[in-house]
Design a protein around this ligand. Structure first.
Ligand SMILES: [Zn+2]
Length: 90
């Protein structure tokens, strides 16, 4: 996978996944970061997939939490992250 040089507003894959996480946690992002993330997701299929999967997982975890009233298990998300990270190496 081609590594682009880091610049201030376009996130790399690692930053993009962090931004996805923040968005899922309902954290507000600065406008430039939101635009950067959006652009990144346009050209990066891995992060796009990651964002989609994270959303799905969070939705399921959310349902799980409301049903059982316990804290979500982070291991499932970590598994996905490791899988995506593995894919990005190629
Ligand atoms: Zn990416």
């Amino acid at each position: 996978m081609r590594q682009h040089k880091h610049n201030t507003w376009l996130p790399c894959c690692k930053e993009a996944t962090l931004l996805v996480e923040k968005k899922l946690q309902q954290q507000s992002l600065p406008l430039l970061q939101r635009i950067g993330l959006r652009l990144h997701l346009l050209y990066c299929i891995y992060c796009r997939r990651y964002a989609k999967q994270s959303q799905t997982i969070d939705k399921h975890l959310g349902e799980f939490v409301t049903q059982t009233d316990i804290l979500p298990d982070e291991s499932l998300k970590l598994q996905w992250e490791m899988m995506i990270a593995e894919k990005m190496k190629k």
